[in-house]
Design a protein around this ligand. Structure first.
Ligand SMILES: C[S@@+](CC[C@H](N)C(=O)[O-])C[C@H]1O[C@@H](n2cnc3c(N)ncnc32)[C@H](O)[C@@H]1O
Length: 323
């Protein structure tokens, strides 16, 4: 297994400086996943409040045969955007292999730790599976894949409600951009978290064990470690909000007293007033109807919404239409 790597440090530094210079201040959630962040996220997924993982696992178990039917028995590339630890994807892989499907697995993630842990697992369970991970941003990876996958059908997975980390307009633009790397007939399966009881949503990002708070604060620790920052972590608090009209759950970090923070590597200083928030994540929730509209807006043909029994989550299958 070789992991194609590229340096993300300068992109990280640039993003942090840009985000902290904005009003209101922001940090992109895509930088959560350093080694400790990936580890904490695994623990969040196992927490009782974080319903998303079990809901999507249930969907993958039940939808595998139907998904395979949509590939029409052709060999395909199973491309996964933001694979993380890939636990749920293994539910699909084992069902696909049991049904005799011929496919290569190409997970994409920014986190080298997540991909190497995943690689060890895959090697152990299915040593003969064609496994070729790429450590890069979604679009850099898709660009590289363009040349290497020939004319085989592509089934692209975008799981875990990663799409929720974009606003609805950004989400459409993101999925439109993914389509540019696909060909007519290719399939995209995207996980969307659905609008539901606000108390259930809020609890998922405010777990009693404080894992989400630790996960979000770890971003400041990462900035300290990689960019020479001096955030005093004890002075920052995690805050979650959910707007049931827009469907946006938002995570913030706020200082309990005024803070002057210097990042020695980019050589920048930021002054925060007490309780001045940094927005660190959006987790957008949708209705099934909004999702069908998104497929259309992003230039795909809607195929099917696979839901869990409680209708808390859906994996929506879309196809790239003929021009
Ligand atoms: C919320 S986790 C989900 C993991 C897994 N797909 C799941 O459903 O359990 C998001 C994963 O996407 C990766 N990720 C986030 N933004 C990314 C980007 N722009 N390019 C590549 N990977 C990204 C993170 O490193 C992380 O492993």
């Amino acid at each position: 297994m070789t992991i194609s790597q590229h340096s993300t440090l300068s992109a990280f530094a640039q993003d942090v400086v840009d985000g902290l210079s904005q009003s209101p201040r922001q940090l992109s959630s895509k930088w959560f996943y350093d080694d400790r962040g990936s580890e904490l996220f695994k623990r969040i997924m196992a927490s009782p409040e974080y319903y998303l993982t079990n809901a999507e696992a249930e969907i993958y178990r039940n939808a595998a045969a139907s998904l395979l039917a949509h590939t029409g028995g052709q060999p395909f590339d199973l491309i996964e955007l933001g694979a993380g630890d890939g636990t749920k994807t293994q539910l699909l892989i084992e069902r696909f292999l049991a049904a005799g499907a011929r496919f290569a697995y190409r997970p994409i993630d920014l986190s080298g730790r997540a991909l190497s842990d995943l690689g060890k697992l895959i090697k152990l369970r299915w040593p003969k599976l064609d496994f070729n991970p790429i450590q890069a941003d979604y679009f850099q990876a898709l660009d590289r894949l363009g040349a290497s996958t020939g004319s085989r059908l592509r089934l692209v997975l975008f799981p875990g409600a990663n799409i929720g980390n974009f606003s609805p307009a950004e989400g459409v633009a993101m999925l439109q951009s993914v389509r540019k790397f696909l060909r007519p007939g290719d399939l995209l399966l995207t996980g969307f978290d659905l609008k539901k009881d606000p108390a259930v949503v809020l609890a998922a990002y405010n777990d009693a064990a404080g894992l989400t708070a630790a996960f979000n604060l770890n971003l400041l620790a990462r900035i300290n470690g990689e960019l020479g920052g001096d955030f005093v972590l004890d002075c920052w608090r995690h805050w979650e909000s959910y707007n049931p009209v827009s469907g946006a759950a938002r995570s913030f970090l706020l200082p309990i007293k005024p803070q002057t923070v210097t990042l020695s590597k980019p050589g920048q200083t930021f002054r925060f007033r007490a309780w001045e928030p940094i927005e660190v994540e959006i987790s957008q929730k949708y209705s099934l109807r909004e999702i069908e509209g998104m497929a259309d807006a992003a230039g795909y043909a809607f195929v099917h919404n696979y839901c869990d029994a409680r209708e808390w989550f859906t994996d929506s299958l879309w196809r790239v239409p003929n021009p």
